[in-house]
Design a protein around this ligand. Sequence first.
Ligand code: SF4
Length: 486
Amino acid sequence: MMIVTMEDLPDTPLQDLKPARGRFNSNNVVPLLERFYPAQQIQVMRDHGVDQRMMFGINPYYMALVRGEEYRDAEGKVVLPAMPPSKPLEALVVPILAEAEDMSGEKDPSNQIRYSPGSLKGRILHKYDEIVLGYTALACSAHCRYCYRLDIFNGSTGKGLIKPENLKAYILDYNTALAANGGRDAGTGEPRYPIREVLLSGGDPMVLSNKNVYKYMAAAAEAGVHLVRVGTKEMAFRPQRFDKNFTRTLEFFHQQFPDVHVNFVVHFTHPDEMLERDVNNNYICNEAGYYRWLAPVREALDAVQRFDFVSVENQTPIIARVNDDALSLRILQEELRRNNVKPKYLFQCREIEGHTAFAVPVEKAWALHNESQKGLSDTARSRYTMSTEAGKLEVVSVIDGPPAGAHGQWPTAVTNVFGEGVVVMKVHRSPHSATSQGDLIIARRNPNALWLSDYEDRIVYDGRREEGEKYKRLEAVKWSDDLLLA
Ligand code: SF4
């Protein structure tokens, strides 16, 4: 059928791949959970509020991948071969009691609501001048237990959906007002930047119908953005979503807006989501020595990568028991790059409620990431980053303190700052006028730190602060005369 208007866009048939979601007493969910736990243990988790923290959710394809079961499509064709169960993927989606045992953390991690402008509070984020994030869906086709959008699913911070027309109006109004003010902030006079990108987020925008995905993309394009990004885990959770009907949607979009680039920000967390494994749980190589990809994932990538106006990048957090090993991270990055998916960020798990069950300590995660980059060329590398209220902080290095007595006694000031070693973070992205971009945060080490908050009382140089305030914490350091002699 010829696509002439948006109304002609056919939807992607996903009847056999519908997710089951619910609390742990839901009829949909109980039989699925019982494949992992005895009924009594499910009840214990329920009594401890694990399902109040987050519902269980999974679709049949991903369930088969987790369980290592053969999966056939509606025509009986084998889509996934039988493989050993995947422990990392099980840890990604299957709830554990520890999630609710320590609920310390933030309802709205990184205080995102601070960057949600008044008129559309809770519906968009406008933290970095050049890009607006819109919440377009309140669901995903499976639930990552570490999800930092918990508040959206639980409705606990009042966030909700943006309408396409409101997204478009916001961009046009912002850009018009900025241009009228000569590209400067009306209050401070600092340079500001026009919105040139939109990130469709959620939940997962790819759970929407093709028509609705198109409506959001078109709204952004009509507002004049250069790049529409779609943040999605469907390439891993339910790759069948990227079928020929969706590619017709992309084609139609390109016909209407030939100058706008489309960027999929996908979310592969572990190579088990992409690669086929043998009975011994080893990734299978073809005759030429390359890893063999799961057919549905390869097909999904092929579907979007045939367009020259489309690019694909990956980002994922480092999560305990899921991908906290350097070899898996290296294979993940290398295989993505070989398949034309740029590894972008490996994130620290955000400080969500219950994060202690998932977060790898910052310094350990840095070491894992650093190890995973060895043997990778620049083109396959990622940045290990904490997405904080003050912007994206790349954890650049973690160093030990000086060895005691190597050069006689170290001056007190040196040992006060460097004695336990330091963590160096670079402000990779900074909100609004990007005033702190490129600056550093240097903190004394804390091997137990799970987030920036665990370093706040150890920071010796703070690039987030105003000039003249950045070394403020050093005033607490007892300086010694021998510093001058060192
Ligand atoms: S795909 Fe993203 S939004 Fe959805 S559950 Fe996972 S982390 Fe959360």
